[in-house]
Ligand binder design. Sequence first.
Ligand SMILES: [Cu+2]
Length: 626
Amino acid sequence: MPASRSCLTCSGNRSIACRLALYGALALVTATAIDAAAADAPGFDPRSTPASPCGSGTPPPGHDMPELRATAAGITLTVRQDGNRLCYVANGSADAPVIRVRLGSELTITLSNEITAPDAIDAVAGPGKLTSANEPVPNAPGFYRVLPGMRHHASGATNLHVHGFAVPPVAPQDDVLTICTDAAVGPATCGRRSFTYHYHIPANMTEGMYWYHPHVHGEVQAQMLMGLSGAIIVEGPAQDARRAAGIGERVLIVRQTQDQDAGRAQAAAMTAAPSHPHQLTAMPTAPGTAIDTAHELLCARNSGIDAISLNGTPIPLGDAPDSAIAHLQLSVGETQLWRILNAATDAFLDLSIVDEHGQSMAIEVVARDGSPLTNDAGAPLSPVQTTQSQFVPPSGRIEMLVRAPPPGTRAYLITHAVDTGCAGDRVPERRLAVIEVSSAAAPAAAQATARDSLVDSPGIFSGLLARHTDRRRVIALAEYPHPGSEDQTDFYIFERKPGAVLKPYEMGDPPAITVKAGTTEEWLVENWTNELHAFHIHQVHFRVLAVDGNAVNDPPLLDVVNVPYATATGYHSKEGPVRPGRVRIKLYFPQSLAGDIPFHCHLADHEDNGMMAVLRVLTPDRPAGH
Ligand SMILES: [Cu+2]
């Protein structure tokens, strides 16, 4: 479904002076923006007007978003709609601002919903047009029962999730389960058209890149494809040190503008249903302890390749000409911090910087998912230059120091092709940006090494690995097509225990898991499907202990992790016919973050269609929950 670019018109022409006048009205952070004055293409005008609520034109390659610093007065984000586009409007600009806030400070955001045509969201929400549940997956002895889902009708309600923030899931902070705002037309189910969020950023939250996006279950994917996402930079001592060292900064956001899951043709099952009863003898017979893989979503011939953008500029397919992509400039000898957000709804990134011959160049990763790389005690890891590509699942962030390549070299920021599994989407290699070295020498300070910005940052999740594990759980991911339907898939995330019933999440469902505040758990997350999923949990960061049984050294603190797809092993395998992809993670649930914490796949379509659940963290003054 082409979602958002086809309707753009290049109306309106805007001079640099006009642009400066507009941006001058914003609380722009000029100290950290590089090349902020890069000329925008004629025709691009982010001003929100009655005729063009989401501005006009397409941001030219190399475009930088406006920046807003948190102030006591707060920030207003108004969601407006122009046909099949949605936008966050701040201070008259429809270009979702990069929000900057300091550790230990307050962030106030008023979200106003001016959506005028919920049906346009519904048209993007999915190919499925079912209004009633299809036939369920047949019950089979020994297997978990599978309940079918219902399709949601997009309401146009929207809300704000501050992804990665270690703030409580309680209004007026990061509560996405009960807070929403109603569209200007249609049903008024939220009871309000605007809501003011007050976030207190803990002093011991980690500094780095976070982001905001809507989280109304059932229409997250559509609202994100239509344009709703933006970056948040939480600043602290490490950023101060980098700034003092003259290390400049870039914010790069990859968004997805369409999802072509429609029309997929099913080819072959991961496991065929056994044709002879004796083949079942190797399978468990106790009621409801096994996952039915014979009815899983099959391999697919998915021919479409989804459109993505970088800072709002469409990224062409194939080896894009330099003129079509951003030119990111560094001075000779300069080091810059690049903060990269994968805000795609389901596209995975596997990032490298390569020279003209495709050779990987060294980068230095300083943070993932808003957390500087530290050991368990919170001490910074020694900086490592690496030429390995950096996998960033949907919703993940990577922050890395990039040193200027030698003068005269041309380099590219690319994302490699990703094998998402035989039921997953096609994700080809793409050039995102060209890196240029300007002849001017960098200020001496900007040649400082990364070491200068290493700051001890014991955070809220430091000491996680040293904690005693109070409980272990197995969390499984599954997906089933509706029998007789090629256009709707139901997605499941559930705790494996005898008699578990698979049910796609619906708003208001009771918590799937209840824990006491202050406890620590290990979860084995199993992927029983033919495609990758991205496990995400709100409020808390976790560390990955092992992937497919292989221990991970110096695991970073993450809020999202890729879960490898399952492998067919055959009915005669000792492991059974299917071996799930597996990620083992360790999580800690501090009392300060108690409440109802959603966890879900961050392939937004999967979440919308059921792959979500709620974890309730109980405190002494809320011992049972209600
Ligand atoms: Cu998923």
